[in-house]
Design a protein. Structure first.
Length: 114
């Protein structure tokens, strides 16, 4: 199983970024996918999840600003991030859990700063 995340970068407060995570080695359409983040000095936290039936879930701090989506034809999960704030600065990881095993992408850094 491989999860390849990309799309991070430096953005000003109020700006937008779209993260992508391409999966291989799994039946992507059958699996729930998630995005987590880890800010400097903090624990990794769940940001959003999307189930195989496209049901989504978000942490309160990003509701209304972030949108998780998936394209099963491309084996890719996305995280559209709008109205970014400095406190969104973190390394973002994509994630899936299969048969009680957890898989992580390599992380992509998002820095929100003026």
């Amino acid at each position: 199983v491989q999860l390849q995340a990309y799309g991070g970068g430096l953005v000003q407060p109020g700006g937008s970024l779209k993260l992508s995570c391409e999966a291989s080695g799994i039946i992507f359409s059958a699996e729930a996918m998630g995005w987590y983040r880890q800010a400097p000095g903090k624990q990794r936290e769940l940001v959003a999840t999307i189930a195989r039936n496209y049901r989504t879930n978000y942490v309160d701090s990003v509701k209304g600003r972030f949108t998780i989506s998936r394209d099963n034809a491309k084996n890719t999960v996305y995280l559209q991030m709008d109205s970014l704030k400095p406190e969104d600065t973190a390394v973002y990881y994509c994630n899936t859990q299969i048969s009680f095993l957890t898989y992580w992408g390599q992380g992509t850094l998002v820095t929100v700063s003026s």
